[in-house]
Each structure stands twice: as structure tokens, then as C-alpha cells.
Design a protein around this ligand. Structure first.
Ligand code: ADP
Ligand code: 5GP
Length: 189
């Protein structure tokens, strides 16, 4: 059962690469500036237009491992040959200040958060079909053919896990998906 909106201060969005998480999160941030989006650390190289400290904190593998070893991450996981993690301190600070927090992370990280924050609202974003997911990830044009294949392989396991989540939103029509997220997260439009 989904947690009540009153306790859903921490929300988490997961879904296969290319499903539209980033697109929807950017729209949520635009419409609800009080919602704080956690900025993750990653060992992945920046894409064109991505800024350090805004889209991600870009780290070497050595720096990332040091953060893992010092307990600096709330959760972390390896995804398609790179590491990704949620810096712990800023999330804890926002939560204790009563600010609603949103994490946009992959499946293994979501499972870790389920253990440490069982009250968090966990939402899975699904594509209308696998073919459409493939079209979107290829159409985005940000990854090599090999990286796209790794992400699509991983997508099958992620789609199989959607029943673990409090809610599943299908991102077919973008505006409809956005409205569903707003309702689930208790955000007024
Ligand atoms: P993710 O962050 O989940 O990897 P993105 O937000 O980067 O995915 O979206 C992948 C591609 O799909 C982008 O080119 C985006 O414009 C497109 N996209 C997102 N949502 C939709 C939608 N509802 N219908 C069609 N295309 C979409
Ligand atoms: P991308 O390389 O496309 O930006 O992200 C790849 C995947 O990593 C996406 O599924 C995204 O949600 C996930 N991701 C981004 N940040 C984090 C994080 O801090 N932790 C985890 N576990 N996954 C993350």
C-alpha cells in the first residue's frame, strides 16, 4: 500500500533508461520549485550540456570509492558499467528541515532505500512498450550503440521488478504521466 501523502516527504522515481524520468523530473521541478531533487554522484562521463554539481557530481572511480568507504552515500549502485550514488548529508538535511525530497535512481538503489526509508513513496515509471523504450533511448542519441545495448538489457530486469513499487505510472502521454506523478506525490498543480 502507498504511504499516506502526509508522510511521503521522500519520494523516489525509478524506471528503465530512456523511459522519460529526466524529462518528467525537470517538469516537476519547474512546476514545484519547493521540491528538492537530490543531485547524485557518478563515475559516468558528462553528456553534452551536463554541468558538474547541477546534473551530477562527476567523480573519478577513486573519489567515488572513497565516498562509499566513508559512508557518504545513502545508497549507491553500479549501472551499465558506471557507479551512481546519492550523497547522504544533503538529503538528511532537507528531510529534517521538512523539505520534500525526490530521488531519481535505478532499481538496486531503490531497494536499498526501501530498507533505510520504508516510509518513502516508491514510484516506477514504465514505458508503453519495450519497442517504444528502445525508440526513445536511441532517439535521445546520447549513448554509444554498446551503452544502449547494456541499458536495454538491464531494462528487462527493471521492468520485471515493477510490482515491488508502491505505484506504477506509464509514461505514454507526457502530460498525463506528469499529472499522475503530481497526484501521487501530493503536489498541487
Ligand atoms: P530517462 O531519464 O528515463 O533516461 P529521458 O527523460 O532522457 O529518459 O527521455 C528519453 C527520451 O524520451 C528523450 O528524448 C525524451 O524527450 C523522450 N520522451 C520522454 N517522455 C516521452 C513521452 N511521454 N513521449 C515521447 N517521448 C518521450
Ligand atoms: P544516466 O546515466 O542515464 O544519467 O543514469 C543511469 C541510471 O542511473 C538511471 O536509471 C538513473 O536513475 C540512475 N541513477 C542516477 N543517479 C543515481 C543514484 O544516485 N543512485 C542510483 N542507484 N542510481 C542512480
Amino acid at each position: 500500500m502507498a504511504p499516506s501523502q502526509a508522510t511521503a516527504r521522500l519520494a523516489l522515481l525509478t524506471g528503465p533508461s530512456g523511459v522519460g524520468k529526466g524529462t518528467l523530473v525537470a517538469l516537476l521541478q519547474e512546476r514545484h520549485p519547493h521540491l528538492w531533487l537530490s543531485v547524485s554522484a557518478t563515475t559516468r562521463a558528462p553528456r553534452a550540456g551536463e554541468q558538474d554539481g547541477v546534473h551530477y557530481f562527476f567523480k573519478t572511480r577513486q573519489d567515488f570509492d572513497a565516498l562509499v568507504n566513508s559512508g557518504g552515500f545513502l545508497e549507491w549502485a553500479e549501472f551499465a558499467s558506471n557507479c551512481y550514488g546519492t550523497p547522504r548529508a544533503p538529503v538528511e538535511e532537507r528531510l529534517s528541515a521538512g523539505t520534500p525530497v525526490l530521488l531519481e535512481i535505478e532499481l538496486e538503489g531503490a531497494r536499498q532505500v526501501r530498507k533505510t526509508f520504508p516510509e518513502a513513496l516508491q514510484i516506477f515509471l514504465a514505458p508503453p512498450s519495450f519497442e517504444e523504450l528502445e525508440r526513445r533511448i536511441r532517439g535521445r542519441g546520447t549513448e554509444s550503440a554498446e551503452a544502449i545495448q547494456r541499458r536495454l538489457n538491464r531494462a528487462r530486469a527493471e521492468l520485471d521488478a515493477q510490482s515491488e513499487f508502491d505505484a506504477v505510472v506509464v509514461n505514454d502521454d507526457l502530460e498525463a504521466a506528469l499529472s499522475e506523478l503530481e497526484v501521487l506525490m501530493g503536489l498541487s498543480s
